[in-house]
Write a protein that binds this ligand. Structure first.
Ligand SMILES: *Cc1c(COP(=O)(O)O)cnc(C)c1O
Length: 374
């Protein structure tokens, strides 16, 4: 049986190996060298003013929350509004800093619903974390407006959004922090790594320091010669920075990101065409107006989700679900049933196979299995 998987990372193997070989021959695999080159290229690609390469988006999200908390003087127990329909690391990053996650519901794009976000704002709200689910920008612009109206910080979890454009530009210039993931199954796969893009140069500097155990690299770079060990430590930091081997892979993959995403949109278009006749039985999640989606995911809403998943597995098709409503997890039990749309959607959505080795024939096979079953 021809198996069709949800994701399959595709690497330009020879080019990646060339980059890795350069690191090995130079004897430089760690922080610096390729990590700096990748940061420079990412700034150029996105137009964002700063970029710091880290070992995962989870680390980047934690740093974003930590730095904004410190800079703005937030207290433990202050509130951050977030989505329940996300990978758990979005919300873990808020808990790491002893802040309260307040869940707002999602809209038809599976992204934060601005109307519900506004209702959840209290005098302890400090920030909103927006996840562009599947590469969709949803109602991001309205979230930007709300944050500016209420004086809230904005963090864009762009783990799915590498390459997404909104009205022709990379979104994120309005956010305090934008965090990308280059984990193995994301649109720009390395093995594990991510990028944090902070708007404020001071925060970018602080972030670089904290991602390497608080080591002040300015002092470090000044004390050349015999005094390389003579750096100052003023903050408790983390081991969160990226390395040159991962960056070497990232630099190659970045060259192909737009081309790869264009193919992903083609796959999405084939699915759309197949489901155009499906009526109410199969409802693809719409892409927001003005959004050129990275198409990390192609999500449909169906009536008998569990039976559908079982059927697809039986015929060798392995879709996914993004995500289980986070308020169903024990750690968020106190927020259970606060987001009805998310609760309902979480039990009716399926992410269909979408990767660069899929053919139009594969898409038609998946779609016809779904329509025959509906
Ligand atoms: C994958 C993902 C993350 C975490 O990315 P890592 O690089 O694996 O830490 C965060 N948020 C969302 C929405 C994700 O899908």
């Amino acid at each position: 049986m021809n198996r069709i998987q949800l994701f399959k990372p595709v690497y330009r193997v020879e080019e990646c190996l060339d980059g890795i070989r350069e690191c090995l021959q130079k004897g430089w695999t760690g922080l610096g060298y390729k990590t700096i080159e990748f940061e420079e290229q990412w700034k150029q690609y996105t137009g964002l003013p700063h970029a710091h390469y880290v070992n995962s988006a989870t680390s980047g999200l934690h740093l974003a929350i930590k730095i904004l908390k410190e800079k703005n003087g937030w207290n433990d127990g202050d509130e951050v509004i977030s989505t329940p329909l996300t990978f758990i690391s979005t919300n873990h990053s808020i808990l790491y800093e002893h802040l309260n996650v307040v869940f707002a519901d999602v809209d038809q794009y599976l992204c934060l619903d601005p109307g519900d976000v506004e209702k959840k704002i209290t005098d302890r709200t400090r920030a909103v974390v927006f996840v562009g689910l599947g590469g969709n920008t949803g109602q991001y612009k309205r979230i930007v407006e709300l944050c500016s109206k209420y004086g809230l910080s904005l963090i864009l979890d762009a783990a799915h959004m590498a390459g997404t454009r909104l009205d022709g530009a990379i979104p994120g210039h309005e956010a305090d922090a934008v965090v990308y993931s280059f984990q193995a199954v994301k649109n720009l796969p390395t093995a594990d790594s991510g990028m944090i893009c902070l708007r404020d140069p001071e925060l970018d500097f602080l972030c670089r320091k904290l991602s390497w155990l608080g080591i002040d690299k300015d002092t470090y770079s000044r004390s050349q010669g015999n005094y390389k060990w003579m750096y100052e430590i003023k903050d408790v930091g983390y081991k969160y920075h990226g390395n040159s081997i991962m960056a070497a892979i990232g630099l190659v993959q970045l060259k192909y990101l737009d081309e790869d995403n264009a193919y992903r949109r083609k796959i999405a278009g084939w699915y759309d065409a197949c489901f155009a006749q499906a009526g109410d039985k199969v409802k693809p999640v719409p892409v927001a107006d003005g959004c050129l989606s990275s198409r990390h995911l192609y999500v449909i809403e169906v009536e008998h989700r569990e039976e559908m998943l079982e059927h697809l597995n039986r015929v060798g098709i392995y879709p996914g679900v993004h995500y289980r409503d986070n308020t169903e997890y024990d750690i968020f039990a106190a927020s259970a049933n606060t987001c009805p749309n998310s609760g309902r959607l979480s039990h009716s959505i399926i992410s269909l196979p979408l990767h660069l080795e899929m053919t139009q024939q594969d898409v038609e096979t998946v779609a016809s299995e779904i329509m025959n079953f509906s």
